[in-house]
Every structure is written in C-alpha cells, then in structure tokens.
Design a protein around this ligand. Structure first.
Ligand SMILES: [Zn+2]
Length: 287
C-alpha cells in the first residue's frame, strides 16, 4: 500500500475503496478500538489506515492455532492490528510499503499458553521445517527464526509486570523479525536512509552495557532484565516498552527511545497519558 500525497477527498475515497475490498468487519473493529489501549493515541484517520493495514495483514498472512488454541476471527483481527501498529509508519513512498517489512515470514503460529521449547516440532504451512530457532524466549514465551514463522502464546498465565498490557510477546517476536531483515540478528535492524548507523550502534551499546552492569550488581534494572541477554533481546524488549510502556523506556533510556522513534517513525509517548487509561485489556474479554 502506498500513501501518496493526495487531496483529502481523493485520499478518503482511496481509503474507502481499499476498505471495501477486504476489511475487518465493523463490529470487530469497534470492539478492538474500545479494548486495545495501544490504539488510544491514534486519531480517526490514522485508525482507518490501521484497519486497512490490519485487514491486508489478515489477508496475506496465515494465522495458525495449535494445541487446542481457538483462534476466533476477533482474536486474529486483534493480532493483525497489533502487527499493523508496529509497522504503521514504516512505509517509504516510492521505495517500500509497510507490508514489505513483513516479507521474511508468512505464518503466525499461536499457542493457547506457554509452550515447552522441547516440544515435538510442528510443521508450518508449506511443510517446511521451522528452520534454525534463534530466539526461544523463556519469559515472553515466543519464538523466532530466520526462515520460520512467528510463534507466540496467547495467554501466559505467569505473573509478569508487562502482562498488564497483553501480547507484547507479539511485538517482541515481530521486532526480532525486523532485526533479521538484513540477514543478522544483532539488535541492529535495517535503518532508514535518514538515520545514523553509528549513532544507533553507540546508543544501543551504551544502554545495553549499562543494563548489564546494573543486573550484575544486583540493582533494579528498570527494564525487564531479559533485555540483558544479548543485543538482539535488548532491541526486542525495548521495542515492547516503546509501544506498550513508552514512558518507562523514555525515563530510563531516552536516547534509545529517540532512536526507536526514528526507526518506527512513531511517538507513542506523545499520545499516551491523561485520561487515556491503559487499564482493561482485550485479553480479559476473550477469556
Ligand atoms: Zn526474544
């Protein structure tokens, strides 16, 4: 999809046409709007774009339930919307669409709850093996590999501070996939031409070293200490905070927040606060 500069009326017509072709049904979308706190900062027109983008993700990607997971259309739409929020502003007109950033996976496998990393291998669509699993996340309970699908669990029952806002595991695993787009998983995704590669490296390295030092000294790290595992996990965990708890990330590592805002081309902190409550979750209503 391409968002070219058009007159407001022409743009509205274009959006309406796209929405008519393939769309998340209105009742489902309204339910997501009511219940997903991450949508609170998006205005009416931005939500229209998000709905179209999420609808296209639903159409292009396969959402596969395993181990008894009941993947309703509403849950699929919710997951697609979360993906759309992450890639919402990644389009570069004339060069790449937002959906191009999802080119290294085509299937999202959803477990009902935490799964064992020693489980029997599952076969994704196409019958190909999952490939080398690079990240099996014990806390987030998701999984990512270069060749394979995204693997998440819908409901992690274990207590976790971040679980107040559900499904960061999806943001986490998606961040790994974005990181892998340039062929390596190192916390340095392919940056936009306008960004400073060295500044990104130096900023993330300094914060990563700082976090590791605090963890080793037994001090409260401020972020999920799992971020201290390696630079790839640091980027994935910081991406979770960037979207789900931006104030905390900005308070601890403001320069990391700034680099992520340049990469994702979003300012979650500017839109969250006041009476836009983060309480109440979609997950609760789906139980
Ligand atoms: Zn991870």
């Amino acid at each position: 999809m391409t968002w070219l500069p058009l007159s407001a009326r022409a743009n509205r017509r274009l959006l309406t046409r796209r929405l008519r072709k393939r769309h998340i049904p209105a009742p489902t979308w309204f339910d997501i709007e009511q219940r997903d706190p991450l949508l609170a900062r998006f205005g009416h027109r931005e939500r229209l774009k998000l709905r179209i983008l999420a609808s296209e993700i639903l159409w292009r990607k396969t959402f596969s339930p395993v181990r008894g997971m009941i993947l309703t259309e509403a849950i699929k739409a919710y997951l697609a919307t979360r993906i759309a929020i992450v890639i919402y502003a990644l389009e570069t007109p004339g060069r790449s669409t937002a959906l191009d950033w999802l080119r290294n996976w085509r299937e999202l496998i959803v477990y009902p709850s935490a799964f064992s990393p020693h489980r029997q291998p599952i076969t994704p669509i196409g019958g190909n093996p999952l490939g080398l699993v690079l990240h099996t996340d014990p806390v987030e309970q998701g999984e990512t590999s270069y060749q394979g699908p995204l693997v998440i669990n819908w409901q992690d029952a274990r207590p976790h501070a971040l679980r107040q806002i559900p499904c960061q595991v999806l943001i986490h695993e998606l961040a790994h996939k974005l990181d892998m787009l340039d062929g390596s998983s190192n916390g340095h995704p392919p940056l936009h031409a306008s960004m400073d590669q060295q500044l990104w490296h130096d900023t993330f390295q300094a914060a990563y070293i700082h976090l590791n030092r605090r963890v080793k000294m037994g001090r409260k790290p401020g972020l999920n200490p799992y971020a201290a595992t390696n630079p790839a996990e640091f980027f994935a965990v910081c991406s979770e905070y960037f979207f789900a708890s931006p104030g905390r990330l900005h308070a601890i590592y403001p320069q990391v927040y700034k680099q992520l805002s340049l990469f994702y081309r979003q300012q979650p902190l500017a839109g969250i606060g006041g009476n836009k409550s983060l309480k109440g979750t979609y997950a609760e209503s789906c139980e």
